[in-house]
Ligand binder design. Structure first.
Ligand code: MEV
Length: 323
């Protein structure tokens, strides 16, 4: 077929998709074996694969101004190519002639699972185009390999939500080769949130690396913090299932304090959290990798007010329901 060169999104939606996510409780500690709760947000990455005669794999992400020809030799790939490159190596498609176009509706490096959603979208586009018949489990496992390259010691929670698009309680596998614990959460009612986006880009690989260095210097102290996060995450699951939003809000606030103790907060994140709390959020915390990125605020009553105050301060706000 003749490759389309349009940067517009096709209007008929048969493109392959990976879901963006928020982590409600438990980020960072989840890398060390604690539980975490995550949910998809109505932001997705979509991808389409087309045959070309170009003689290589051409990747286009128009919205991010990214265009490259995938290097056949993994040793010659830069960090951006390396993560998605695994997909083509694993599926033995590196020698094909194709164009992959990616449409990210997840903002880049904002803690909303963009890299995992992108991996899942690209895998699904290839699966559809080449009729590979991959199961969700296989898609998830391959996206996890990409995530490990993208941020070192990934827990696997981002690719799992990106693949399944469901609210989940997650705990990583104890040993390599074992499967993680993934439990779908069924909530009595949807939970109203505001996502505040700081605009400060931050790579999860960097914040995960910083936490690791600090943990190595003082393992007992850090393990204690991870255990506290684990305990409050499990209490949070109960609060969600009982729709006790006051309690869930308290737990989110404490979780943020512990994430701050891990030093993955930032000036912008602290401002967003304070704005949300001052305008009536029951709980507010950073979400995802931190170091910038996004916050999530629980606002059953004052949602418009919280979102407006965040926008007035010059940040982006999105109202979402999870569950
Ligand atoms: C990133 O969304 C969540 C972290 O816990 C990293 C991970 O779990 O891989 C910070």
């Amino acid at each position: 077929g003749v490759p389309a060169t349009t940067a517009e999104q096709p209007s008929v939606d048969h493109r392959a998709c990976g879901h963006g996510k928020i982590i409600l409780l438990g980020e960072h500690a989840v890398v060390y074996g604690s539980h975490a709760v995550a949910a998809p947000v109505p932001l997705a990455v979509r991808a389409v694969a087309q045959d070309t005669k170009s003689g290589g794999v051409d990747m286009f992400i128009p919205r991010w101004g990214v265009e490259y020809r995938l290097h056949r030799d993994p040793a010659h790939r830069d960090s951006f190519q390396r993560s998605l490159g695994i997909i083509f190596d694993e599926l033995q498609l590196t020698d094909r002639s194709m164009r992959i176009e990616v449409f990210p509706n997840v903002p880049r490096a904002m803690g909303l699972g963009g890299s995992a959603a992108m991996a899942v979208a690209v895998i699904r586009a290839l699966d559809q185009h080449y009729k590979l018949g991959l199961s969700d489990e296989e898609i998830n496992a391959l996206a996890f390999r990409c995530e490990e390259v993208a941020h070192g010691s990934a827990s696997g929670i981002d690719n799992t939500v990106a693949t399944y698009g469901k609210p989940l309680l997650y705990k990583r596998a104890g040993k390599k080769g074992e499967l993680p614990m993934v439990r779908e959460l069924h909530l009595p009612k949807r939970i109203p949130l505001v996502i505040g986006i700081s605009g400060k880009e931050s790579l999860t690989a960097v914040t995960v690396g910083k936490v690791r260095t600090a943990w190595q210097r003082n393992p007992a102290l850090y393990d204690g913090i991870f255990q506290q996060i684990d305990a409050l995450t499990l209490q949070g699951v109960e609060a969600m299932q009982q729709y006790d939003l006051e309690r869930l809000g308290d737990l989110m606030n404490i979780c943020h304090g512990l994430l701050n103790a891990l030093r993955v907060s930032s000036w912008e994140v602290e401002e967003l959290v304070q704005i949300a709390r001052e305008h009536g959020a029951l709980g507010a915390k950073l979400t995802g990798g931190g170091g910038g990125g996004s916050i999530v605020a629980l606002c059953p009553q004052n949602r418009e007010k919280v979102a407006a105050a965040i926008r007035d301060a010059g940040y982006q706000a999105m109202e979402v329901d999870i569950g």
